[in-house]
Design a protein around this ligand. Structure first.
Ligand SMILES: *[C@@H]1O[C@H](CO)[C@@H](O)[C@H](O)[C@H]1NC(C)=O
Ligand SMILES: *[C@@H]1O[C@H](CO)[C@@H](O)[C@H](O)[C@H]1NC(C)=O
Length: 515
């Protein structure tokens, strides 16, 4: 064979083995949790992998090698999600929890039962499954079905269920709990709070969610044909989380739990739609972005608070872009532009944006930080209160709770953020810190996903500690054993001493008698 032909064949074989079929499973209603995963999927598709993305959200552009499978969502699931949004916007934690779990397990089960996914499972093969995680652990059964490795992606703070998958230490003595409002745990009081937070996770959250997940798993992946739920959880190759230590604080991380915080932040912003661009370009006195993200909805903000917010906006010289999930906003001031969906990251990158009024979802906070925009945080639920407190601690945000919103408090918060240069200075420095990494978030995520592909699931990353029970993982059995040995040794020594002492006593008695 001539050498050119050999070279060509070699290149073809390398290319073909480098291109893999990847299935993204993302049965969630949360658009904001979907966007970072879509970013990852698009990059992988651009690199020649064949990507299939299952989710209720289609990409709004055409990308080569990227196939969308749009989930049809039942009325009941939609209703659950609406309840969730409402509870979130009303800052009702119990309502959020109940509606969220109802939504997650119902939608996940529905997805696995749907004819579309059944067909996919019967007729296709994949080299890797990437789960868009939202406490839906049961999806790892798909890795057993396709006999391929699994990667978990979560776009929020590291849940204890994620630590559990790879056996990552919780480290309550020094690593701030994801929900806590501080990045560092120093005082006794903080350590106590941190410990109680993790204990609640281990005893309540893990038990409850694993129980619910296992029921869905066992129904869809019955034990006569599939490996068990526990086994497949431990089989997860890699967990990617959309956090970064510059935002959530340092903590021990195993090599297969990788932080890719800011995955959705584009290195270069995309051009804005014409109306938004003109609105912002012409904002002589600057502009403010108002958004509660995609899970909560601005339309569900209590009516009296809506009125206050609009009244304060109407008195500003700045312009305001407001995410508003309806076509009409009664009493909309002239300087306010409403839109149902906003390219948040690209808007925050516009030089005329001076402040961001946000519910402090993790994604929004990272986007604001990367673009150097100070925040007025109105946290609603989930991890948002903690996120808000952390950025207040960092010094580039003010927090204002929904219940505390009055004309005066909101006006003061805006005045402080817009006129005090301190906030902009600090967030500028924070942005530099957040971006100083060996590889940016996108390259890091791609590297590790392809690493798992290159090394057939990379079982050498699996931490043996992940397979242990509570007593073993905390070395309680080892400590008890050591105590037992010390106790036994002590007993033996006592016995021997007693024996020698007896003998010598006897000896000296005899000596005494002889004298
Ligand atoms: C999943 O869906 C099936 C079919 O609709 C149903 O019979 C089953 O009870 C559901 N399982 C769970 C755990 O929700
Ligand atoms: C998952 O299970 C398969 C089959 O037993 C095994 O070959 C693979 O190494 C496991 N992967 C990990 C990451 O443990």
């Amino acid at each position: 064979m001539n050498s050119k032909l050999v070279a060509v064949l070699l290149i073809i074989s390398i290319l073909s083995c480098e291109s893999s079929k990847i299935l993204f499973m993302n049965p969630t209603f949360s658009k904001s949790h979907t966007i970072p995963l879509q970013v990852l999927a698009k990059i992988l598709a651009n690199r020649g992998h064949e990507v299939t993305f299952v989710s209720p959200f289609k990409l709004n552009e055409k990308v080569e090698n990227y196939r969308d499978i749009e989930l049809k969502v039942s009325k009941e699931s939609l209703k659950n999600f609406d309840e969730f949004s409402k509870a979130m916007s009303e800052s009702n934690p119990i309502g959020v929890m109940t509606a969220a779990t109802k939504t997650i397990f119902k939608l996940g089960n529905e997805t696995l039962q749907s004819p579309m996914i059944r067909k996919l499972m019967e007729t296709e093969n994949f080299d890797l499954i990437v789960v868009g995680w939202f406490t839906n652990n049961f999806l790892v059964g798909l890795a057993d079905h396709f006999k391929c490795p699994s990667v978990i992606f979560f776009s929020g703070s590291i849940f204890s269920l994620l630590h559990q998958m790879v056996g990552n230490p919780l480290a309550p003595e020094g690593a701030a709990h994801g929900m806590s409002g501080t990045k560092e745990v120093n005082t006794f009081k903080q350590r106590l709070g941190n410990f109680l937070g993790y204990a609640f996770d281990v005893l309540v959250i893990r038990t409850y969610f694993n129980y619910r997940s296992k029921t869905v798993y066992d129904y869809n992946f019955p034990p006569d044909r599939y490996r068990s739920y526990d086994e497949m959880i431990r089989n997860v190759s890699l967990v990617l989380v959309n956090t970064h230590f510059t935002s959530s604080g340092p903590r021990p991380l195993l090599p297969n739990l990788v932080e890719v915080g800011g995955l959705q932040v584009k290195p270069n912003p995309a051009p804005l739609p014409e109306d938004l661009k003109t609105f912002l370009d012409d904002a002589k006195d600057g502009a403010i972005l108002f958004s509660f993200g995609s899970n909560a909805k601005s339309i569900y903000i209590p009516e009296d608070k809506q009125k206050i917010i609009l009244k304060v906006f109407s008195k500003l010289k700045q312009r305001v872009i407001m995410k508003w999930e309806s076509d009409v906003l009664p009493g909309k001031p002239k300087n306010v532009l409403i839109s149902k969906w906003l390219p948040q990251d690209d808007i925050l990158a516009h030089p005329n944006i001076k402040a961001f009024i946000s519910h402090c979802g993790y994604g929004g906070v990272i986007e604001a930080k990367s673009n150097g925009v100070p925040i007025i945080g109105i946290p609603l639920g989930a991890d948002q209160k903690g996120n808000a407190d952390k950025i207040v601690e960092e010094g580039w945000a003010v927090r204002l709770d929904m219940t505390d919103i009055t004309e005066e408090s909101l006006t003061n918060a805006l005045k402080e953020i817009l006129s005090n240069p301190k906030y902009r200075d600090i967030v500028g420095k924070q942005a530099i810190l957040a971006k100083d990494r060996p590889m940016n978030a996108q390259d890091t995520a791609v590297y590790w996903v392809e690493y798992v592909l290159r090394h057939n699931g990379a079982p050498h990353l699996h931490y043996p500690g992940a397979d242990l029970n509570f007593f073993q993982a905390n070395s309680i059995d080892v400590i008890l054993f050591i105590f037992a040995v010390i106790y036994a040794a002590f007993k033996v020594i006592k016995l021997i001493c007693g024996f020698i002492f007896c003998r010598s006593k006897k000896g000296s008695n005899e000596k005494l008698k002889r004298n």
